[in-house]
Design a protein around this ligand. Structure first.
Ligand SMILES: NC(=O)c1ccc[n+]([C@@H]2O[C@H](COP(=O)([O-])OP(=O)(O)OC[C@H]3O[C@@H](n4cnc5c(N)ncnc54)[C@H](OP(=O)(O)O)[C@@H]3O)[C@@H](O)[C@H]2O)c1
Length: 118
């Protein structure tokens, strides 16, 4: 159950998400997967990361079948290089990555960041 402050932050994050590029780590299950489905329904372009690529592949397929836009990249959040690759994939596929949702065990938070090809 989210607190009122958390709910407010989620609503703020979700509003105006149409066309935005969103990278989600921990997207292979739980809250990350549910967030991916919700954001895809709202028109975001998704870059999905986690270690279980079989689950990510299924999620990308599910989103595509529903008319959404998503790619996946194997990502272990403990490996800096994996995160760099995730952002690079977002830039290469969609030209930019403005919002990053970080999601993994023991830590859940929203951040807004800009990334470019530079
Ligand atoms: N469920 C709730 O109601 C709730 C409420 C508030 C807070 N939380 C917190 O939110 C977090 C996630 O909860 P959840 O229920 O979604 O958990 P979950 O079902 O266990 O999902 C965890 C996700 O994190 C990914 N992950 C774990 N280690 C990773 C790593 N090293 N690199 C990349 N991805 C990694 C997993 O993907 P791979 O294994 O494929 O890498 C999976 O997609 C937890 O810390 C939980 O305490 C949960």
């Amino acid at each position: 159950m989210l607190t009122s402050v958390e709910s407010e932050r989620v609503e703020s994050f979700m509003s105006g998400i149409q066309g935005k590029v969103v990278a989600i780590t921990g997207a292979s299950g739980g809250i990350g997967e549910a967030t991916a489905i919700l954001l895809a329904e709202r028109g975001a372009h998704l870059v999905l990361g986690a270690r279980r690529t079989d689950r990510l592949e299924m999620l990308v397929e599910r989103i595509a079948k529903a008319g959404g836009s998503a790619i996946h990249v194997r990502t272990d959040v403990k490996r800096r290089g994996d995160l760099v690759t995730l952002v690079k994939a977002a830039c290469e596929r969609f030209g930019k990555a403005r919002c990053t949702r970080q999601q993994c065990r023991h830590r859940t938070h929203f951040t807004s960041r800009r990334a470019s090809r530079r």
